[in-house]
Structures are given as C-alpha cells and as structure tokens.
Design a protein around this ligand. Structure first.
Ligand code: GRF
Length: 205
C-alpha cells in the first residue's frame, strides 16, 4: 500500500512509520511512504522525509486566495502520488470538502487525547485544564468534523501531579510514546489486512 503522510511539526510520528518500514521491509509492514506533505516550510518533519530520500510538497494556506483553493492544491499535490492511504501525523490544518471527497475513508489522523474528549488543536492542554486523571491518544478516520471520525484505536496515559508544572509538555511526550506505537500498529494492520468502515465501527479482518 502507498502512503502519503502529512505533517506540520517535528514529525516523530512520521519517523516512527519510517523506522517500522525500514526494519520490517515494505512487504512485511504492508506499506511504503511515497511522499510527505506539509502546510509549512522549514519543519523537522520535512527534514526527516528528505533524509529518508522521500519526495515532499508544501501547501501553505497563505499562498492561496481562498481556503478552497488551498484545499484543491493539497488534494492535487497528494493525489499526484496515488496513495492508498493518507496519514495525518501532526498535520495541523482541517482539510476541506475536495480533499475529503477524494480521500475520505482512507484518511487517518492521530490525536493526542481520548476522543470524543478534547478535540481540536490543544487536546493535551485542554485535558490537563479539565483535571482528568487519564488521557491518551486516538487514531481515527477523518470525516467532515474536527476529530470526529470513526475511531480505530486508542491508548491510555496516566496524568501525574507534576504534569501541572510544565503546561503538559512532559505529558504530551508520554502520550507521543504511546501514539507512535499505536499509529505504527494501526497503519500496518490497515495496510496488510484492509478494513471496512461500518458506521462508527472500523472492522480490520
Ligand atoms: C502529535 O501528538 C499529534 O497527535 C499532534 O501533534 C503531535 C505531532 O507530533 N497533533 P510529531 O510532529 O509527529 O512529532
């Protein structure tokens, strides 16, 4: 299966996927990353892709007159690589109608909270502010809402008293440890076994 991965930041989830494919091999893992896209330049995620010898593309919202034009550009740039599956690994933009029309049902996102709790761009901070005792991460299919698509897998992370001292930085790192393992496992299973989405259920035979 051909994967395109979308990033906006450090790209450690991307790196986890790259490492899994490098150690297991494309056929065993069931997938290969064919390109990496981003919404901004100069991020470590793109540097990781370049170090792995992968093609990259950048679609910046400010380069387009309208959000829809950005959405179209992102769709075309992604479609050029003919992906079977698109993975948002820390991609911090909400895609539009055209992207979902093209890739809906084969577009996966990872979120650093236990959805449906704490969707959006500040899941770790919001969970901490709420005072939860456990939080975690969710890998889900992207639908036309924000972090509302069918859930594929979740991982739980305990919140510690000291997490309130650094605005959740250490907590997010602990979540990312679980998240990277979860994403690698889920993407590999989706790629190897295929899947069906039945309402809110995801069936991986
Ligand atoms: C991940 O925790 C992701 O869920 C969140 O941002 C983080 C991205 O980390 N949206 P990285 O860029 O993969 O290191």
């Amino acid at each position: 299966k051909r994967l395109v991965v979308l990033v906006s930041g450090s790209g450690t989830n991307l790196q986890a996927l790259l490492n899994a494919i490098a150690t297991q091999g494309r056929t065993v893992y069931g997938a290969e990353i064919v390109a990496v896209g981003a919404d901004r330049d100069g991020i470590e995620g793109l540097a990781r892709a370049e170090r792995a010898g992968l093609p990259t593309f950048v679609c910046r919202v400010k380069d387009y007159a309208t959000r829809d034009e950005w959405d179209s550009a992102l769709t075309e740039a992604t479609a050029a690589y003919e992906p079977d599956l698109v993975v948002s690994a820390g991609f911090m933009k909400i895609v539009g109608k055209e992207f979902l029309a093209r890739f809906g049902g084969r577009f996966v996102n990872t979120h650093p909270a236990l959805l449906p709790s704490f969707p959006g761009a500040h899941g770790v901070r919001d969970a901490l502010a709420y005072g939860v005792k456990v939080t975690g991460c969710t890998v889900h299919f992207v639908d036309d809402g924000v972090d509302t698509g069918p859930i594929i897998a979740q991982g739980v992370v305990e919140v510690r008293d000291e997490d309130y001292e650094d605005e959740g930085a250490a907590l997010h790192e602990r979540i990312k440890d679980v998240e990277r393992r979860l994403l690698v496992d889920v993407v590999g299973r989706l790629a190897r076994h295929g899947y069906r989405i039945e309402g809110r259920k995801v069936v991986i035979p």
